[in-house]
Design a binder for this molecule. Sequence first.
Ligand code: LLP
Length: 421
Amino acid sequence: MQYFRYQDNELYCEDVLLKELAEEFGTPLYVYSRRQIVENFRAFEAPLVGMDHVICYALKANANLSLLKLLLQEGAGADVVSGGELHLAIQAGFPPERITFAGVGKREDEIDYALRSNIFSLNAESPQELQLISLVALRLQTPARVALRINPDIDPQSHPYITTGLKQNKFGISAEEALRVFQFAASLPGIQVVGVHTHIGSQITKIEPFVETAKFLAELVRKLREAGINVQHVDFGGGFGVQYANALRHEALPLEPDNAPPPKLGQFVEAVLPVLKETGCFLWFEPGRSIVADAGVLLTKVLYTKENGARKFVVVDAGMNDLLRPSLYNAYHQIVPLKIETYEHHRVDVVGPICETGDFLARDRMLSKVKRNDYLSILTAGAYGFSSTSNYNARPRPAEILVNGEKVRVIREREAVERLR
Ligand code: LLP
């Protein structure tokens, strides 16, 4: 997150002082660095230059229309997972031939919408879904291009809730059944089989599971071709991990326990390319987190500090409705002051205003000493931050700001209380 840095002990996003944004627009507030997003996308793309490929940004990570338009300008395609996301991708202007639609539970109206929109492919996950896609395609008299999501049974060694490529997960078609289901798909009149898809999980910080997956895919493509099924597209999915702990360093900040940074984005891609190249296929990737996570922060204000027995709490104005990840996955986000005023730390729980014990942003955390009305920044919040917000406790969703150098743009207004229903 090189575009967030301290200067004279105050935190900046690019050339903008974050405290000024917090004062002007209020908190909780999401702030994104345009340059960071562009740089992440380019780092992903660099090893792929000269090869047939599309990087389909996974909208679920953050589907703000302004960010989508920015990524479109950079040449991204779109990976969508619902009719709503498809609508946003089309609204942003993504060309249909660079849109793919994944998801274990697509409704008939969503399949209909995807086929009418003539997107590149539906990534199917079961024989029943294939049957339904074929029926809708026949009704619309348009062949449905389909890739099959195959589950390679590889352990990505990440959080169990975001592991998707294991046998026991609900996603995909098992490796043992792959050939049979491909043959079934090829026999359906409305379907044109174009490729094989996989996605083994999210926030994967090791290279090996990706390399294993690439080998699995290369072998599968070979077997399919032997069986007369000529797949020409490999969709490798997303899942590339980012650094959450120690994302920002300053001598006044406590050193966080997890010290090993994950590989750089380009290194993940470089590691799988030699294997994927062998297939001769057109390559698709679906990164979400690695493009936007470190480009976003959530600003919040300290409402109160309090002590219950031995436990110290910092009560802030952002809750689990604004950033769900800590509550849902016990996810770790570094939290830093917008202004460094002390080198002293204390061990605290950073909690939100919501009526749930599970409403916390950090637990048992060494934090710079703070007081009422101080501002804090929750780092690496650009992915699965705003996109997982809710109105729980009838709390309006936060505003979103995009910073570009010295320029500041509101890319989503704070939701008005009057609009709550
Ligand atoms: N493709 C498919 C089919 C996916 O299911 C996902 C994420 C992606 C691509 C993008 O994965 P990424 O590059 O962002 O890791 N809410 C969780 C993450 C859930 C990920 C779901 N699928 C979190 O906050 O960590």
